[in-house]
Ligand binder design. Structure first.
Ligand SMILES: Cc1ncc(COP(=O)(O)O)c(C=O)c1O
Length: 391
């Protein structure tokens, strides 16, 4: 049958990483492509203990319909938890539990944007944000990242030029670049957002995964006027398949997002919300993070050393202080995209950087994930990449 698909999905191809997942089923493939936490960091036993307790003590509550805004104890405990990034003085009406942080981006675009609207994103940015923008027929425009992730002069210039309603920023150990905004940049972003009446989406799934240096306050912590919507998720700090995340924003925004969420999935799964609540209240979330950090540091250092050993001179890369990614660039214009197939044939996968640019540029860049490979795989996989790119 010739299906008459909606205009907004007619030219939509799959999210590039989800497509790459298909080739990763090969057992010999060494993958630096995903953004998965290390398998040994997934706390199956603790999840089981908490879920058992909750199902025994509150079976009806766990399995019955709940509020769209989220399980009340979790809204309270999560709000308390984000006080550690300076988000203080908010009540439960400022909090919405999401089925993953990605849903927060989706609900924000849905809540604020009309077909054809422009939004500003880092250049490069999280590719799912670009993908979601496409589903709403928006026009993402990139601003320069500069050294720390946001070139505030370019941001201001682009706001004046394009008059966007929304700016999307990943502040810590950004996906894809691994960059982290300096304190001054965070303050300046709020100043600019307030000056031009633009709402900033601060998407922070990686902030707690810091294995070097000091934690910084969130952009939201400088917000006095309600111009920042803060998103965080437990996907990288507990487990991604729980699908639990948090939005903190002005009540008026939370109400609109909740109305849109009602239409999408009614509510986030109560059982996983309650499990996350237990992780936060018992401090288990922080103990889990503390256990994972030395492992991530070791893997990051192993990958950085292997890149310096095997990749050609023209390859430069970021040196992140946390998160799960290293970003590389060929200064001689070598196309990572053109070599992707050859890499997969040689059983090593990465994500070609162009997928992260609003304008599709960046063929000479690549994103490498180190969290989900073993140290041996990191050495061998980068060696394979080195052989391919040194030809
Ligand atoms: C920047 C960024 N935002 C959001 C997400 C989505 O996370 P979740 O699993 O909470 O939907 C990711 C996941 O990789 C991410 O890198």
């Amino acid at each position: 049958m010739e299906y008459r698909f909606a205009e907004r999905v007619r030219n939509l191809s799959g999210n590039a990483i989800r497509e790459i997942f298909k080739v990763l089923s090969d057992k010999e493939m060494i993958s630096f492509a995903g953004g998965m936490p290390a398998a040994q960091c997934l706390p199956a036993k603790k999840v089981k203990v908490f879920a058992d307790e909750l199902l025994s003590s509150q079976p009806v509550k766990m399995l019955q319909y709940g509020q769209t805004e989220g399980y009340l104890p979790l809204r309270e405990s999560f709000l308390k938890y984000v006080e550690n990034v300076g988000i203080k003085g908010y009540g439960v009406d400022n909090a919405l539990i999401l089925s993953g942080g990605q849903q927060g981006i989706d609900l924000m675009f849905k809540t604020f944007c009309e077909v054809g609207d422009k939004i500003l994103v880092q250049n490069p940015t999280y590719l799912a944000a670009l993908h979601i923008a496409k589903t709403y027929q928006l026009r993402p425009v990139g601003f320069e990242c500069g050294e720390d992730g946001v070139d505030t002069e370019d941001l201001e210039r682009k706001i004046k030029e394009h008059n966007p309603k929304l700016v999307y920023i990943v502040p810590n150990f950004s996906n894809p670049t691994g960059k982290t905004l300096r304190l001054e940049t965070r303050k300046k972003i709020v100043e600019i957002a307030e000056k031009y009446g633009v709402v900033v989406i601060e998407d922070d799934p990686y902030g707690r995964i810091r294995y070097k240096g000091e934690h910084l306050p969130s952009i939201k912590s400088f917000d006095k006027s309600g111009c920042v919507v803060y998103l965080t998720s437990v996907s990288k700090t507990i487990a991604p398949a729980l699908r639990v995340a948090l939005a903190v924003a002005d009540e008026k925004i939370i109400r609109k997002m909740a109305v849109c969420k009602q239409a999408v999935d009614v509510q986030t799964v109560t059982l996983t919300q309650a499990v996350v609540d237990q992780f936060i209240r018992t401090g288990e979330i922080d103990r889990g993070i503390a256990r994972s950090l030395p492992l991530y540091r070791e893997k990051a250092e192993a990958m950085l050393a292997a890149l310096d050993k095997y990749m050609p001179e023209s390859f430069v890369h970021t040196v992140p202080e946390g998160g799960l990614f290293i970003w590389g660039e060929f200064t001689d214009g070598t196309s990572a995209k053109a070599k992707f197939r050859e890499a997969v044939e040689n059983k090593v996968a990465f994500v070609s950087g162009n997928d992260f640019f609003a304008d599709g540029s960046g063929d000479n860049t690549m994103r490498l994930n180190f969290s989900n490979a073993t140290l041996e795989q990191i050495e061998l996989g980068v060696k394979r990449l080195g052989a391919i790119f040194s030809k």
